[in-house]
Design a protein around this ligand. Structure first.
Ligand SMILES: NC(=O)N[C@@H](O)C(=O)O
Ligand code: NI
Length: 173
């Protein structure tokens, strides 16, 4: 069976809207604060928890890079809360999401963030795990803490090979 190949495309708010929010201060009207010595971008997204036992937590992830093209073998979702990743450096990273089709992930969609962008997955969005490439990357993560099962995983019978844009699936020539 031939490989299933996907080419990632640049992340846009519109394309990502069914899956989550793009954290991008450029898309927000800034408000001056502290007597104008600082600018606040008030709400890039809203963190949510779906249950009273949950709470929103802020964490830190030091993530190792993945080789590209990525072999995507599994996606996951968090049914009890949203999950946001904001890189602490200006490097892009790979984001893979899937629509939900009858409680199973549909065809993946792959995106590459612009430098300085982060993402916040809506509660229950199927997504690949955090995927830096090229170099290790640190992230702030905002998601749900608390008791209960907040992780569903779905392994693919056949993996996907995900290529970065303008990286041909097969070398030319
Ligand atoms: N498990 C965890 O904190 N990370 C994953 O959910 C992920 O999306 O990378
Ligand atoms: Ni996750």
């Amino acid at each position: 069976m031939s490989e299933r190949i996907l080419i990632a495309r640049p992340l846009t708010r519109e394309a990502f809207a069914p899956f989550g929010d793009v954290l991008d201060k450029r898309a927000e009207a800034a408000r001056p604060m502290n007597s104008g010595r600082a600018l606040r971008f008030p709400a890039l997204a809203e963190a949510c928890v779906a249950d009273t036992d949950g709470r929103v937590v802020i964490g830190f992830v030091a993530a190792q890079p993945y080789a590209m093209p990525l072999t995507l073998r599994l996606v996951e979702r968090h049914p009890l809360g949203s999950q946001a990743f904001m890189p602490l450096n200006g490097a892009p990273f790979l984001v893979v999401v899937c629509p939900d089709e009858g409680d199973r992930p549909g065809r993946p969609q792959a995106f590459v963030t612009a430098p300085g962008q982060g993402v916040s997955y809506h509660r229950g969005t199927w997504h690949g795990v955090l995927t830096p490439f090229g170099a290790a990357q640190d992230f702030l993560v905002v998601d749900r803490g608390g008791p209960g099962a907040n992780l569903d995983e779905h392994p693919f019978e056949q993996p996907w090979r995900i290529h970065l844009p303008d990286a041909p699936p097969h070398p030319r020539g």
